[in-house]
Write a protein that binds this ligand. Structure first.
Ligand SMILES: [Zn+2]
Length: 109
């Protein structure tokens, strides 16, 4: 099996849709939906119902999922979202690299 193209913690660039060109960090990969949540992108307003604590309720902004096909891992060398290639370092050890410049794309933990 190959490596997941996008992982939690990756910095990605959006390639289509209303957030096109913007970058952010992947908060969560929703595998079953083929979508990702990206920090501060594709925000939607949610209305909070008043409850006993807040009394008033209010509006919060929350990330809505973006199609995984619409984001690409960001390559710090190419300075853009790029296609991903897999590089085999040694047996059973693979890393994701930029298909263009071969820069490693593994996120820093
Ligand atoms: Zn690159």
């Amino acid at each position: 099996m190959g490596l997941a193209r996008i992982r939690k913690g990756d910095t990605v660039q959006v390639t289509s849709g209303r957030e096109r060109g913007k970058m952010g960090k992947v908060l969560e990969v929703l595998l079953q939906e083929d979508r990702v949540l990206v920090e501060k992108l594709n925000l939607v307003k949610r209305h909070l119902k008043p409850n006993q604590k807040t009394k008033q309720g209010g509006i919060i902004e929350k990330e809505a999922p973006i199609a995984i096909a619409a984001v690409m891992p960001y390559c710090p060398k190419c300075k853009k979202g790029v296609r991903v290639a897999t590089q085999v370092l040694k047996e059973n050890e693979k890393v994701r690299v930029c298909a263009f410049c071969k820069e490693k794309l593994e996120g820093k933990k």
